[in-house]
Design a protein around this ligand. Structure first.
Ligand SMILES: Cc1cc2nc3c(=O)[nH]c(=O)nc-3n(C[C@H](O)[C@H](O)[C@H](O)COP(=O)(O)OP(=O)(O)OC[C@H]3O[C@@H](n4cnc5c(N)ncnc54)[C@H](O)[C@@H]3O)c2cc1C
Length: 415
């Protein structure tokens, strides 16, 4: 890219990845224009609290704000909210916006995020069947939760992934009756080892959630008012509901990129530096599928991924190499338990537990052969921070050392 070209850099998406890219461009010395376009009515905000502290009423809406417009203005970053990019014309390096106007770019950042998967079942468009992605989604769910409290109606969560379980925990904190319907035989099956899935199942049952594993949802039932009244299962039984929250995963928003002919494979394909198949276009965050050294593609949906890819993508536009190679990490808050995950545990063939699972303070270390590849910590932040250092350094304890609270894992880092 000719970074100093008059057209400047345009960022599509005013979320985590968009903001991080914009700020990294400025801190990397880019002095041209930066325009960030977001289709939501709000400026950049933090999504993680939507299902946690904000929905539980523990923090105010003001605390969701990621960057106030004035702060972006101080960095000379132009934010335009309520603007949808409809198409990319790569031949003229121009964006076509929702109102038909156009915007040229010298460098383009795609930071379009992801969209919750819809439930492909009859009745799933009924009022009261809701997914959670945006601030507006969260407000609608919060209003509905309040109505359920008033009318003493139960909540059903479809999908035992992180967002579904966080909403379930929040609804239980508010005293609502909650049922979680999960199609798989265990919770969080795509991301957690069975030992932790079982632990989370017990955590939720212990807080009074009715958990139905292997549940096959057949349809959404509606009442006389047309709104949701329950969830019908394949065996014909109906679980009553005043609110159904659907959390069955997300798909990358790669439609713009696909239509423009960029390489996509369930996400915009990028290298470790966020480069797409077009040298003037980079991508970052939930919308991407990152090509790893072994040729496989990795899709991550996390704040860290959006942040690090944003920094890498900014560097790439400035002609620098800043590959994202750090250990992936993620967190989830449910009740008074903070899960912190480091590394990727898929492919693990064994684990060691350090701490006390019954007391709810422990870390599960995942091994592939003799190599530590990941660790999941519950209310054990020190373990989490240390394991990130071990993984970044490529240093592995033995399974015995990992599971032995008497062994100082930090000593492995001392040269
Ligand atoms: C409820 C919830 C809880 C979460 N909790 C955690 C957590 O605990 N820990 C964690 O690490 N991650 C969590 N995440 C995930 C994390 O928030 C995302 O991975 C992160 O926000 C991704 O950032 P992004 O910039 O890629 O996408 P987004 O933040 O989704 O931003 C993309 C933006 O682009 C906009 N956009 C899309 N297409 C267009 C277009 N054509 N024109 C203009 N604008 C467009 C979208 O509307 C959106 O505003 C959570 C997510 C949710 C929804």
């Amino acid at each position: 890219m000719n970074a100093e070209a008059a057209a400047g850099i345009v960022i599509v998406g005013a979320g985590q990845a968009g903001v991080m890219t914009a700020e990294a461009l400025r801190s990397g010395g880019y002095e041209g224009s930066i325009t960030m376009l977001g289709d939501e009515p709000h400026g950049p905000y933090h999504r993680p609290p939507l299902s946690k502290a904000w929905m539980a009423g523990e923090i105010a809406a003001a605390q969701l704000v990621m960057r106030a417009p004035e702060m972006l203005a101080r960095k000379n970053i132009t934010l335009r909210t309520g603007v949808t990019v409809k198409a990319i014309d790569r031949s003229t390096q121009t964006l076509i916006l929702g109102d038909g106007s156009t915007l040229p770019y010298a460098g383009l950042v795609l930071a379009t995020g992801s969209t919750p998967r819809a439930l492909p079942l009859p009745g799933s468009d009924a009022p009261g069947v809701l997914a959670l992605r945006t601030r507006d989604d969260a407000s609608t769910i919060a209003d509905r939760l309040a109505a359920c409290i008033e009318q003493e109606r139960p909540v059903v969560v479809i999908g035992g992934g992180f967002i579904g379980l966080e909403v379930a925990a929040t609804a239980r904190k508010k005293g609502l009756a909650v049922t979680v319907l999960e199609a798989a035989p265990r919770l969080l099956g795509r991301v957690l080892a069975p030992v932790l899935s079982d632990w989370y199942a017990e955590l939720h049952r212990g807080h009074g959630v009715q958990l139905m594993l292997g549940a096959q949802v057949a349809a959404i039932e509606t009442g006389a008012d047309g709104a949701v009244s329950g969830v019908k299962l394949a065996d014909g039984s109906v679980v009553p509901a005043g609110l159904v929250v659907v959390g069955i995963g997300v798909s990358a928003n790669d439609q713009l990129a696909q239509a423009a002919g960029l390489a996509c494979d369930r996400g915009i394909v990028v290298d470790a530096c966020g480069r797409t198949s077009d040298s003037s276009i980079v991508a970052a965050g939930d919308c991407t599928a990152r090509r790893l050294a072994d040729g496989s593609l990795l899709r991550l949906e996390s704040v860290q991924n959006a942040t690090e890819q944003g920094k890498s993508a900014a560097a790439a536009l400035l002609g620098q190499e800043r590959p994202f190679t750090a250990t992936p990490w993620f967190w989830s808050d449910q009740y008074d338990k903070k899960l912190q995950m480091a590394g990727l545990s898929m492919g693990a063939d064994g684990w060691a537990v350090r701490g006390d699972m019954a007391a709810g303070t422990f870390t599960v270390y995942h091994f592939k052969g003799e190599q530590l590849i990941a660790a999941d910590s519950v209310n054990a932040s020190k373990d989490h921070l240390l394991v990130r250092k071990l993984l970044d350094a490529g240093v592995s304890p033995t399974r015995e050392q990992a599971g032995d609270v008497g062994f100082d894992l930090a000593s492995l880092l001392v040269k």
